[in-house]
Design a binder for this molecule. Structure first.
Ligand code: NAD
Length: 259
């Protein structure tokens, strides 16, 4: 299937590795003009080059911290009028809520709720006037079922989800869609570091925790950034204009609900 996004400008945040990179690769493969960002110049430049070589096209990049106003300004200078926006940033740290002060909460809310809202605010009117826009927020399965050690993520991402549920319905008539992708367990550096935290807390080896984690998932494994990117590309396609305000869970069947 041709997704009809050749030449569309795509800004993919936090994309030097992991799920963001998976989305950038899939969009570039579909012919979108992709700009990726991450904090470390050498790393983001190398990823852009690798994706470009893989897809036979130039992938632009910018080194910035997307959770800061300066970082967002740099991202929008590099890709001023995106047709596709993939919101992503590092997830908040795990821990016990008793040790989180106000600043800890503000950092989590800034990164995982207010940053995507600011980027939507800066780009959505252009999308409306061009009558095409696809906004994808990478959130977490924690929005559907809380994860014990990730209370900051459970809270901040639910705030974003509530906000965009309303906005998505206001812009859909302009062929601008906003949807959220909810990753379950995907084999990325983020998952590996969370596994280390769990192993330490349980006094077990990382390999043991990893095996147990995979065994508990109906699919019997973790997901891959490629699988995640493929869904992102579909959600950003011309064909997905009727997919509005949805929370799409990719978790290998881990969530036990019928719906
Ligand atoms: P990852 O650690 O593999 O990659 C994160 C990427 O974000 C890297 O490219 C990093 O450089 C970039 N980044 C981090 N903070 C940034 C910032 N402030 N500004 C710019 N770039 C930044 O992580 P991942 O597994 O791909 O996770 C992506 C998101 O999905 C995170 O928010 C994570 O919490 C969430 N998530 C991941 C999983 C999983 O299983 N991997 C599950 C649920 C939710």
């Amino acid at each position: 299937m041709n997704y009809g996004i050749e030449g569309k400008r795509a800004l993919v945040c936090a994309a030097s590795k992991g799920l963001g990179r998976g989305c950038a690769e899939a969009l570039a493969r579909e012919g979108a003009d992709v700009t990726i960002l991450a904090r470390t110049e050498s790393v983001v430049a190398k990823t852009a080059e690798e994706i470009g070589a893989m897809c036979g096209r130039t992938v632009a990049w910018v080194a910035c911290d997307i959770t800061t106003p300066e970082g967002r300004a740099a991202a929008l200078a590099a890709c001023p009028q995106p047709d596709i926006l993939v919101n992503n940033a590092g997830g908040p740290p795990p821990g016990d809520f008793r040790s989180w002060d106000r600043d800890t909460w503000i950092r989590a809310i800034d990164a995982n709720m207010l940053t995507p809202i600011e980027l939507i605010k800066a780009t959505i009117d252009g999308m409306i006037s061009r009558r095409f826009g696809r906004i994808v927020n990478i959130t977490s399965s924690a929005v559907k079922a809380p994860i014990d050690i990730l209370g900051l993520s459970n809270g901040a991402r639910s705030g974003l989800t509530g906000f965009v549920a309303g906005l998505a319905r206001k812009v859909a008539r302009h062929n601008v869609t906003i949807n959220n992708l909810l990753p379950g367990a995907f084999d990325t550096d983020r998952l590996r570091s969370n596994t280390e935290t769990r192993a330490k807390a349980a006094g077990k080896s990382v390999a043991e925790i990893r095996e147990a984690g995979m065994a508990a998932i109906p699919a019997g494994r973790f997901g891959t950034p490629d699988e995640f990117g493929a869904l992102c590309a579909y959600v950003c396609s011309a064909q997905a204009g009727y997919l509005v305000g949805q929370n799409l869970l990719l978790d290998g069947g881990n969530f036990p609900g019928t719906f």
